[in-house]
Design a protein around this ligand. Structure first.
Ligand SMILES: CC(=O)N[C@H]1[C@@H](OP(=O)(O)OP(=O)(O)OC[C@H]2O[C@@H](n3ccc(=O)[nH]c3=O)[C@H](O)[C@@H]2O)O[C@H](CO)[C@@H](O)[C@@H]1O[C@H](C)C(=O)N[C@@H](C)C(=O)N[C@H](CCC(=O)O)C(=O)O
Ligand SMILES: Nc1ncnc2c1ncn2[C@@H]1O[C@H](COP(=O)(O)OP(=O)(O)OP(=O)(O)O)[C@@H](O)[C@H]1O
Ligand SMILES: N[C@H](CCC[C@H](N)C(=O)O)C(=O)O
Ligand SMILES: [Mg+2]
Length: 480
């Protein structure tokens, strides 16, 4: 492919005399991944300035550099733009096209992974070749490959989407994290529907305050989803009305979902032993859904997934019926084991105050005795959420054990202390394995144990090492 076929005159300012008749062999945003013929994206980041790596990228064979007009580029074509990340995404998308015909995105503080996974499952049951990209990696019905991030970098994202298309995938759902949206990691490909699950405290270390965090999320509706696309909005969140207004202003087709939803109205929800029954009203017509997943939050994610699929033109009755056959999502209220005493142990990925509340509330109707909740907080992440998580657990659980999550570069005991500050009466046990063992040892027949924060994760990040650790396996070992 030649550079001239990827770039249009109005796209950017080019250096005088630049010839676009050069072959392009790939795209990279890290100079260490540049090979001869690569287009290099040089961006100012949170830790580094990618512009400092332009000479190294040119040295490695970059033919062109997408960068701010102020950046110095010598020995390669300077494709100058005030918003280099966005332009780079557009050019890369032209290079990596085609993509799956039907692509949808999900944003929100909690519920993205669950919603894209359930969307993928619904499409599959409808007979489509479907995939998802998110925290669990790139998932198809036969494969799962981790990318390390919820929303991969733009080059990984577009090349994965293009690879899925080559494998015959026609339908893909992806998670759009706030970091991903702020860094234009998912731009350039046509997205036919976008969903909003909820917004609550997380990632304020990166975004500063809730309004900026919200604005980052709104890029999905303002710019990523196609202008003639649909917006699926969970209606029962305090930010929902603002999202609906934004989507309406852009001219998107809005499908609101939830107790206050207009497209899919949740009229009633009754927990059953292994799941729940939902009464849903669509265009005045009532439907009954037997969802094999417990908890209000899983009902919300399932209905949001259903609305995304319905927005793509699938039959309402059929989609809602298929919700009766969805498989549990890995690490989301996953029952790991039943202890010798008879207490079920659940593993959940709750890592925000709101997520923890949702997980505890999901288990409460199933608890006859005490609800024992164990969790910690991740290091090098929003520190303000720590005491808030402590408070939620102290308020809602019967016994709280504060332990380590992924400490990363921080001192584990100071993270625990910050959580303990919000959780009077909690028990502190450093070392996640010892804490899980203690939680399981003290659970009686009528009790339930919730291990929160790490869900599906297979490792514990301590310093810069990742040690093998899986809550489900450890729970089974401790219960055995
Ligand atoms: C804070 C953050 O989002 N960082 C990510 C982001 O960094 P950045 O753009 O700020 O980049 P930077 O490290 O300052 O470097 C600037 C530029 O120089 C380039 N560079 C850098 C070094 C070098 O030797 N050569 C080089 O070319 C980098 O590729 C980059 O383009 O872009 C990098 C390249 O793609 C990512 O690796 C990095 O993820 C770090 C590891 C990370 O921990 N990210 C987490 C916080 C994250 O993104 N999480 C979200 C949300 C999770 C959720 O709640 O769902 C996710 O989507 O996973
Ligand atoms: N709709 C929801 N409302 C409130 N809490 C939820 C909701 N969905 C999930 N949660 C909580 O958040 C946890 C993470 O869920 P999930 O992995 O689906 O979210 P996510 O948005 O993908 O998270 P991440 O930001 O890590 O990618 C769950 O284990 C649960 O505790
Ligand atoms: N995508 C989230 C996941 C958090 C999971 C939790 N176990 C932690 O390490 O904080 C993040 O990177 O903030
Ligand atoms: Mg996720």
């Amino acid at each position: 492919m030649r550079l001239g076929s990827l770039i249009e005159e109005q796209d950017a300012k080019l250096g005088a005399g630049a010839s676009l008749d050069v072959p392009v062999s790939g795209f990279a945003i890290d100079n260490r991944k540049v090979a001869p013929g690569t287009v290099f994206g040089a961006f100012q980041g949170a830790r580094m300035n990618g512009e400092d790596f332009i000479p190294a990228a040119v040295q490695a064979g970059a033919v062109a550099v997408v960068a701010r007009p102020e950046a110095r580029v010598e020995g390669a074509i300077h494709i100058a733009h005030d918003n280099p990340r966005r332009l780079f995404a557009q050019l890369a998308a032209r290079y990596f096209a085609p993509f799956p015909e039907m692509t949808v995105a999900v944003t929100g503080t909690n519920g993205k992974t669950s919603t894209v996974e359930l969307t993928r499952q619904l499409w599959r049951m409808l007979g489509h070749h479907s995939a998802s990209i998110g925290t669990l990696g790139v998932t198809t019905s036969v494969d799962q490959v981790s990318t390390g991030l919820t929303t991969p970098d733009i080059v990984t994202f577009l090349s994965n989407m293009s690879g899925l298309k080559r494998e015959g995938i026609t339908h893909a759902a992806f998670e759009a994290s706030s970091h991903g949206l702020a860094q234009y990691r998912t731009e350039g490909l046509p997205v036919s529907a976008a969903a909003f699950t909820n917004l609550s405290r997380d990632h304020l270390d990166y975004h500063g305050d809730m309004d900026s965090y919200f604005e980052a999320k709104m890029r999905l509706f303002d710019g990523v989803v196609a202008p003639d696309g649909a917006a699926v909005v969970w209606a029962d969140d305090e930010w929902s009305d603002k999202v609906i207004r934004r989507a309406t202003k852009r001219g998107l087709r809005v499908l609101s979902v939830g107790v206050q939803g207009q497209a899919l109205r949740l009229a009633n929800r009754t927990p059953t032993q292994l799941g729940q029954t939902l009464e849903v009203e669509v265009e005045g017509k009532p439907y009954k859904v037997s969802l094999p997943l417990i908890g209000a939050y899983q009902a919300a994610n399932a209905l949001t997934a259903a609305a995304l699929v319905i927005a793509g033109g699938e039959d309402v009755g059929k989609v809602l019926e298929l919700l009766g056959r969805v498989q549990p999502v890995r690490g989301r209220l996953e029952r790991a084991v039943i202890t010798r005493a008879g207490a079920p142990v659940y593993v959940d990925y709750a890592h925000t105050p709101d997520g923890l509340r949702a997980a505890i509330e999901a288990l409460r109707p199933h608890t006859k005795g005490r609800l024992i909740t164990l969790f910690g907080a991740g290091g090098d992440r929003d520190a303000g959420k720590r005491p808030q998580m402590g408070k939620v657990a102290a308020d809602l659980a019967d016994h709280v054990i504060v332990t380590d999550d992924n400490p990363r570069s921080e001192e584990p005991s100071s993270i625990r202390a910050a959580v303990m500050a919000g959780a009077p009466g909690a028990e502190e046990i450093g070392g996640r394995r010892a804490a899980i063992a203690a939680a399981i040892a003290q659970a009686g027949a009528d009790d339930i144990v919730l291990l929160a924060g790490k869900g599906h994760e297979q490792g514990q990040i301590i310093g810069d090492r990742v040690l093998p650790f899986d809550d489900v396996t450890v729970a089974r070992e401790c219960a055995g």
